[in-house]
Structures are given as structure tokens and as C-alpha cells.
Design a protein around this ligand. Sequence first.
Ligand SMILES: C[S@@+](CC[C@H](N)C(=O)[O-])C[C@H]1O[C@@H](n2cnc3c(N)ncnc32)[C@H](O)[C@@H]1O
Length: 443
Amino acid sequence: MTTGPDLVEGDRVELTVGAPAHGGHCVARLGGEHGRVVFVRHALPGERVTAEITEVHKGFLRADAVTIHEASPDRVEPPCPYARPGACGGCDLQHASGEAQRQWKKAVVEEQLRRLAGLSWDVRVEELPNEAGRTGPDSSGLLGWRSRVRYAVDAADRAGLLKHRSHEVVAIDRCRIAHPAIQALDVLKLEWPGTDAVAAVATTGGDVAVLSRPASGGGVLPPDDPADGTALGNNGQVRVSGPEEVTEVAAGRRWQLPPDGFWQVHPAAAQTLAAAVVELLQPAEGEVTWDLYGGAGLFAGAVAERTHGRTTVVESSRAGVVSARRNLADLPSAEVVEARVEAALSRRRVTGPVDLVVLDPPRAGAGAKVVRSVAEAGPRAVAYVSCDPASLARDIATFQGLGWKLTTLRAFDCFPMTQHIECVALLEPAPESAVEPTSEPAS
Ligand SMILES: C[S@@+](CC[C@H](N)C(=O)[O-])C[C@H]1O[C@@H](n2cnc3c(N)ncnc32)[C@H](O)[C@@H]1O
């Protein structure tokens, strides 16, 4: 066992593990309170573990807990044999009970809000219904939810999942968090010559599709992300089986999109998030809405059903724009603008006045420029849907600097067994004393 400053990959250290941090690990320190920071995976807060160093960086180390000397009462046996150090990197939290996973995510969101937005907020992480995941031998709702899975193909042409922070492909028999219809496919039994990735999609409309990406497809694949709603990251793919267009059902409507078009990954997420957006915004008849980063039009459709008013979707991907135009064709006052949000707002392709804005950016967040443009347009409320609490907190800080206030925050466990979390925040302009927080700022 080594503790000194010359640690290298593969060395083992004994540690007491501290609080969870953003990124799927807990924080520990080597050599006391002010010692070197170690981000430890496969551990839980309070545990005494032996951890193997996996990466050495200037200011911190990464490690995997390989022996647990004092286990947390929240520790459980991971249901998947590949969810362990050195194996599949798809899940971060299989060793924690469902309740402990939600407590972990609550701590991460609260920490990001405190650190990046200066907010002390009491977050509650809500479970999603998961009928698909409750019908098999497991009834926890923690498995069987992943409706988009991207497998990587190894040098022997076999599909598998990637190791954590690596391009190494781990052979698996099946992915336990995948939708049962995806687990039933023979993708993992076949050989995939000339292919670098295979994606499987199972929708709420009952469609199942398989796509592959030729090895010559160009560009490096983005990291495998259980929370990514585009199975192959919108790279040039080939349809192997299933329909050209798949159907999803949510918010009282049917949605058509290509199998690789963006859609929320958990089968209950689109419905849950659309309901949350409507509940927070309280759309009124005739109100004007922008749905920025609108995808196939989910939130625009849900809000426009209430407002019957002018609704503008801004979306940059061609596939998303085509889907949104068709999906919203029955709403005469809906318009879909094909553009990057930054450009659409700065070049005034989309202009106010506007009453309601939905912001649902990718992981990097909307950014200060977009937030400023939105605030300047003067909506009465913004619903910010986010898959990254850090970028959400940064954008909330920008809103606060412009005199806006976070008034409600709902957090949903849309990605069980993984570190990922989805939040829906309600932001409103705060003319002195007019806006009172409606829920859960910590006292
Ligand atoms: C998190 S998804 C949300 C989609 C949709 N709101 C939903 O829930 O189904 C983000 C969407 O933003 C699109 N996008 C990414 N960057 C963009 C940008 N700079 N401007 C406009 N759209 C963008 C992506 O193509 C994707 O459809």
C-alpha cells in the first residue's frame, strides 16, 4: 500500500470516502483534510476502502474502490456482473440502493447550485414510473429503462460496451438497464465487420430498430452516454432493422422521428418532463412560446395544446426540424426554425415579445449569451430542462445576475443506476419583492 506523492496508476491506497461529487464518484483525500483529492468510483460516502489508482493528474487522482473494509448501509450487490471496477463503464451507481442513488443525486444538484449559483436549495429527486422495467424479474424500476443503447464494436467485430473513460470494449451478455425489447435482440451474438458502433432503439410506440455505423463513418464517436437521446450521436448510420421512422407516445400525442433522432431515453421521461414544464409554466390561452433546442417538438406541442398561441421551435439538427414540422403540423400557429439558438436569437430570426420560453440545451448548457438574449426578450417565465446540474447552475447564476430568480426546481431520476439526473427549473423575473419562492429553497 502506498500513500506518498509518487503514486502511479495501479497503486493501491486505503481511504475513507467522503461526499459524492458531480461525475459519478465520491471525493476522498489522501493524508488528511487538506491532502490530495482522489475521486473514487464504486464507493459510497462514509465507506473505508482500498482504492486502486486509475489516473494521475496534477491536482487530483482517480481511483476505483476494489476492497470495501467498512460498507455503507446503502450498499447493495450490483445486479449486473459487469458493473464493477475495470469492467463496463455504463453504470456508476449499481452498488447503491435506489433511495441512496436519489440521495446521491440530490447531494450533487444541491452542491452545484450552492457552488455555482450561490443558492441553498433543498432538492427532492423524484422516481419515474417504469412499466417496462417493472415487468421482468426485477421490479425495482432501476433496470430495463434505457430505450437507446449504443454498443461499440471491438477488433474481433463483436459488439459490447465501453470501459469507463476508455475506448476499450467490454464483452457483455446483455445490458441490464436496457429496455427488455433491446435485451431480447441478437446484436451481441452477431459479428459486425466493417462497423464501429451499433445502436438499438425501443420506443413507447412499440417500435424496435437497430442501426449501425460503418467504420469509415468519419469522426470519433462521442463518449458513450446513457443519457444521450441520440443513439449514434447523429453520425452517418445504416438502418439494419426496424422502421425508417419510429413512434413515441407522450403528452397525449404521437411523435414520429427517425430511430436516431433525439428523444428522451427513459420511457416515462418525455411524458414526465412535458407535464412538469406545463405545470411550472401554467400556459394561458393566447400566450406566445419559444421552445429553444426543441428536438422533435415535444415541449412546444405540450405547451401549444394549452395556449393555442404562436409557438416557435428552434432546433439545429435537420432531422429534428423535419420531425418537429411534421409532429406539430396540426397546430397552425406553430413554426419550426432551423438554426442554432445562439444565431437565431442574435440575428433576430426569432424575436419577441414572448410570454413563455422552454430551454432544453445539450449538456454544455445554454450559455451566458443565450440566457441574456432570452431575458432581454422579456418572457414572464422560463422552464429550463437540463441534463447537467453544473451547466444549469451556471446558467441560473447568469439569470440571477440579470435580476431573475429560480422559483421552483424539480429533479427526476430519469437515468437510474447512472450518475445522470434531469432537472426542470422555473425561472422568473424578480422585480423587487414581487416574486416569492414557491417551493423548497432551504430554510
Ligand atoms: C436535450 S435535446 C432536447 C430536445 C427536445 N427538447 C426533447 O426533449 O425532446 C437538445 C436538442 O438541441 C439540439 N441542439 C443542440 N445544440 C443546438 C444549438 N446550438 N441550437 C439549436 N439546437 C441545438 C439537439 O439537436 C437536440 O435536439
